[in-house]
Write a protein that binds this ligand. Structure first.
Ligand code: PMP
Length: 358
């Protein structure tokens, strides 16, 4: 704490991202990055764009990128907003659609992406968390109460569990009747889920948020986007234009547009990751681990006997980084990103050794 900090700053507890080690080579299974390279078309686009035009500001409305997203998902460019990573899009959405101080509480799960709580605090959004049920599933009917808006990821993080579309749509319908938004964070939807984007037309209160960090192998680029009705998209633009006109830089805009256009390349990567996930989950289960069913590019697992903190430290000592959340109900679990088959072989071998040590 510093005497120079505002009251508001003192009250924040910032998000802590997974470690990005610089001193040692790890098998890095801690931040859900994609183990495979981005599409070659991304590099071609970057080569073309890395030139003299960098002296000019980028297109503030990301026209080409939004056109690429619109074409890929069959929506209008006016139904797309691009930001500096989906984290930024999420932050803007919290500011744009959830009540401030005196309003009705916004709702999200108790176990979910931990940035939501941070954004709520940043913008002084009142919120309530809704507990996951006993097997870590979101129960959409628990959100059928008066609220200031609802947000959750589908699949959820860090559990990887996915919801069926109908349950989400009946919540969207209810939220529509209440005049409230439903924001679905589909950061991991490419790894086995079905996007809700086709339903934004019939639900003007539904916003779907995607990232290029996971399925498009572009975590280093920082691009995410929202797809929703024009009214909601305009709301995000109002926040952006009260903050920073140029949230997506020139290189990121062209590279992201190239990635979005190369669905065939990325569908193949996702298929590979799903196959590796399926095999890893089966081997862990056979060895007595608890494995939550996952539709994401990570698994949420518990060792048969080894406590979470011990398992985390033992893996780190053996050069494998995973993520652990020191929170009620999940402190015994580890979230493990799906790497290449070779990386997962090493991971599985070391897990079994650690488990055997007790
Ligand atoms: N949503 C969820 C559920 C996530 O796990 C992440 C990754 N940390 C993000 C959004 C943010 O992704 P990015 O800012 O890299 O687009």
């Amino acid at each position: 704490m510093s005497r120079y900090w505002s009251e508001r700053l003192r009250r924040l507890s910032p998000y802590v991202p997974g470690e990005q080690p610089r001193d040692r080579q790890f098998i890095k299974l801690n931040t859900n990055e994609n183990p495979y390279p981005p599409s070659p078309r991304v590099f071609e686009a970057l080569d073309r764009a890395a030139g003299e035009s960098l002296r000019l500001y980028p297109d503030p409305s990301c026209t080409e990128l939004r056109a690429a997203v619109a074409a890929r998902y069959g929506v209008r460019p006016g139904q797309v907003f691009a930001g500096n990573g989906s984290d930024e899009v999420l932050a803007f959405a919290f500011a744009a659609f959830f009540p401030d101080a005196a309003g009705t509480a916004a709702l999200f799960p108790d176990i979910t992406y931990s940035f939501y709580r941070v954004y709520a605090d940043l913008w002084a959004v009142p919120f309530k968390t809704i507990p996951l049920d006993g097997d870590f599933a979101i129960r959409p009917e628990n959100y059928h109460v008066p609220n200031g808006g609802v947000i959750f990821p589908n699949p959820n993080a860090p559990t990887g569990r996915i919801l069926d579309t109908d349950a989400i749509l009946s919540l969207a319908e209810r939220q529509k009747q209440q005049g409230r938004v439903l924001i679905v964070d589909e950061a991991y939807i490419a790894f086995g889920g079905r996007t809700l984007i086709p339903h934004i037309e019939s639900h003007p209160n539904l916003m779907v948020i995607h990232t290029l960090s996971k399925s498009a192998s572009l975590a280093g680029l920082r691009v995410g986007f929202a797809v929703a009705g024009e009214e909601l998209i305009e709301g995000l633009c109002r926040v952006r234009d009260s903050f920073n006109s140029y949230v997506v830089d020139r290189l990121a805009q062209v590279a992201a547009a190239a990635a979005v256009a190369d669905a065939a390349y990325y569908d193949e990567l996702s298929r590979r990751i799903i196959a590796t996930r399926t095999r890893t989950a089966a081997e862990l289960e056979a060895a007595g681990f608890t494995v939550i069913p996952s539709a994401a590019n990570f698994l949420f697992i518990r060792f048969p006997r080894t406590p979470g903190d011990r398992a985390f430290a033992a893996l780190r000592e053996r050069g494998i980084l995973v993520r652990r959340f020191n929170q009620d109900r999940i402190a015994g679990f580890l979230r493990v990103s799906i790497g290449t088959n070779e990386e997962m072989d090493v991971f599985l071998r070391e897990c079994k050794r650690i488990a055997a040590e007790g």
